[in-house]
Every structure is written in C-alpha cells, then in structure tokens.
Ligand binder design. Structure first.
Ligand SMILES: [Mn+2]
Length: 384
C-alpha cells in the first residue's frame, strides 16, 4: 500500500491507534465482506492488550440513532468506524466526541451535510482526494494500517482479496493479484473474480450478513485470526465457514434471491423500477444487481422492510452513467429520507414505511429530471 492517498492518512491514523492505552476499543463496520475484512485488519493492527469489541452495522442502520443509547453511558472508549457513512450524522458524532475519540475510514460519497471538521473526529475518506482511484475499499485501508503495525502473513493477503472482491476493486491491486497465484493454480480474473474460488468465499461471507439481518456474529474476527494462524488459506476459510454456518447462509440467500427474481420474470424493460419485496433475508441488493445486469431497467430500486422502516437498495444498468448518489440528492428536493447515499453505482435510502409511495414518486420525478438534462443519465451512452 503505497499510494498518495494512503500516505496522507496512515501516519495520523497509526498515531491514534498506538496512543490507545487501557481503553476499550469499539469497531463499527459495515455488515458486508469489505467492512468485515476491514474490521479483521483493525483487530490485527491493535495491540493485543487492548480490549476490542466489534459491531456489524447493516445499511438500514445508517441513521445511527441506535448508537447514542449504546455509548452514552459506556466508559470512555475509542470508536473506530470502517466502511460506514457515519460522517453524515454530525449531531450523533458531536455527542459521542464528548466522551469518546473517533477514528473513521470510509469510501462512501461524502454527503453535503457532514461532520468532516468536527473536533475529536479523525476522518479519512479516499473520495476527499482526487487521483486515479478515489474509492479505496475499507479493507485496503485497514490492511495497509495493519501492515505498518504488524507483519502480515501470507493468509492475510488472501483475506484482503475477499474484501476487495466484495467491493469490485481487486483489479486496482495488480501486485496482490500476482501474489494470489501462490494460493492456487486456478487463475483469478481481477475484473470478474466472482466465479473463482476466492470470489465464492467472498460471496459466502456476504451471505452470512444478508441471511441473518441484525444478528451480531460473535467474535468473528478473532475466529478468523486464529484459523489463519493455524493452516492454509483454504483450511482457514473452511474452518471459519463451519463455525459460522456459511453454507446455510448461502442457501437462505439464494432461495430469497430466486423468489425476488421470479417477481420480475415476465416484466418488460422500463426505465425505473421502484418496489418493496417481501423477503426475509437482506438480499434486495443482489436482486437489484442481477436485474440491472440483465437490463431490466436503467435504475432498479428495491426495498426491504425492517420494523417500521424500509431500506431501499439502488443499482444501475451497465449501459447508463447515472450517478445514483446524484439521483438521491436530486430527490431531496421533493422528499426527505431518514438517510440516503452511497456510491455512484450502488446506493441506498432508509425511509419510514408509511412514506413508500412518496419515495417512489419523488424518485421517479428526480430520475426524469436528470434524464431530461443535457448531462443526464443516458447522455453519454453513445459517446466514445
Ligand atoms: Mn466498502
């Protein structure tokens, strides 16, 4: 890890890490394979005498309202947040900084309303820097930090690859792709790694989080660290998979994805799909991605009901350049979500379930507006 963006952030991040003494450290990470691998590397980087706890954060928890009751009476601690857009909640951060120090690494698009300059918050986001690759997955950042704190083992490189594949970014790291040859003779196509053995492991870990929404895995990072100390990468992942029943998770998610896709079987192509699906796993993002890949619509927005709320996951067709974060920003002219944002190609929005209809109506309106503009969604489709 030697890119300019990393060199700017790493020294102060490492300073903060090494100054942690006699404190509890909480790691909050996005409940997907990139977030989990980032948490794994934070666990590797933090000295072993520091007490570490971690919590997975699902996309439908991105309002962070649950965080205050959790930490208001907790002893002073250090919060390390990876792969979650907590910066969009300056009020929550402000309250937390009264008693806790906060380190954040994220690569979601930085929202206009954010606590970037908040005292007591050390914030780094690769998107604040231009440069060839402004979106650096959290797993890449955390692995870079770990590499400066401890000596990485061969297995760590395979585990890092799982996180990068999860965020479609393996191709950005040719040295790592080269290194992966040591694990297996089966070549991994960095631009399409999903069908490789590592790609399948990456999906399995994602499935663990999708299959059981809001169920916190117990000591997942420690288990993986221990397994990786005592065997080859495939032995490590097999052992890990058994302990966390990853195959069962994959079955649950696959069945739900199939049910989701069936709804659209006889659908004709439209420009925008906005709809809530009745699924029990948090798999609407996969269904939306598959529909987008198969050209069912320019923008697919599918909702997952959780309590009195709905989390929408947005994906776009390969043939369009619509920036989903811009679409959601435009929508705010007509509708106020609890929270929304993400990445240009994959984004999300959290709303109250009672607002379902106005959410879809306003999204359609914003989409049509963007489409009608000279630099709208499809205007660059035919350019070279
Ligand atoms: Mn990520």
């Amino acid at each position: 890890m030697s890119s300019a963006w990393f060199e700017k952030a790493a020294p102060s991040f490492l300073d903060h890490l090494s100054s942690i003494r006699d404190h509890q450290v909480f790691v909050l990470y996005n409940a997907d394979v990139d977030g989990f691998v980032a948490s794994y590397f934070i666990h590797r980087a933090v000295p072993s005498d520091v007490r570490l706890k971690s919590r997975a954060v699902w996309n439908y928890e991105f309002d962070f309202a649950w965080l205050l009751p959790m930490f208001s009476s907790a002893p002073t601690s250090n919060l390390i947040c990876v792969d979650i857009p907590i910066i969009q909640e300056p009020e929550v951060l402000h309250v937390l900084t009264q008693r806790h120090s906060i380190l954040i690494y994220d690569h979601h698009v930085v929202p206009a309303r954010s606590g970037i300059n908040l005292e007591g918050v050390f914030y780094f986001n690769s998107r604040l820097y231009s440069g060839e690759e402004s979106s650096q997955p959290a797993s890449a950042f955390a692995a870079g930090i770990a590499a400066q704190a401890v000596r990485l083992r061969q297995n760590d490189f395979g585990i890092l690859a799982l996180g990068l594949i999860g965020d479609h970014s393996l191709g950005m790291y040719p040295d790592l792709v080269e290194n992966l040859r040591k694990f297996s003779k089966e070549p991994i196509d960095p631009l399409n790694p999903w069908n490789s053995w590592l790609g399948r492991w990456s999906s399995k870990i994602n499935a663990a989080f999708r299959a059981h929404p809001s169920v916190q895995p117990e000591r997942m990072e420690e288990t993986l660290i221990h397994a990786a100390d005592n065997g080859s990468l495939s032995e490590t992942l097999e052992r890990f998979s058994e302990q966390f029943s990853l195959d069962d998770a994959v079955h649950l998610v696959d069945a739900d994805v199939k049910r989701g896709l069936k709804i659209f079987e006889s659908h004709s192509r439209v420009s925008l799909i906005c709809r809530v699906l009745d699924l029990s796993t948090f798999s609407v993002g996969i269904v939306a991605s598959l529909l987008a890949t198969n050209g069912f619509a320019t923008v697919i927005c599918l909702g997952f009901r959780t309590g009195s709320r709905i989390q929408f996951e947005l994906r776009r067709a390969d043939s369009t350049h619509v920036d989903l974060t811009q679409l959601l920003t435009r929508q705010r002219k007509y509708f106020t979500p609890i929270t929304s944002g993400g990445h240009p190609v994959a984004a999300g929005a959290l709303i109250n379930a009672s607002d379902e209809e106005s959410f879809c109506t306003s999204l359609r309106r914003a989409f049509l507006e963007l489409e009608g503009e000279p630099h709208g969604p499809d205007s660059r489709r035919d350019s070279p």
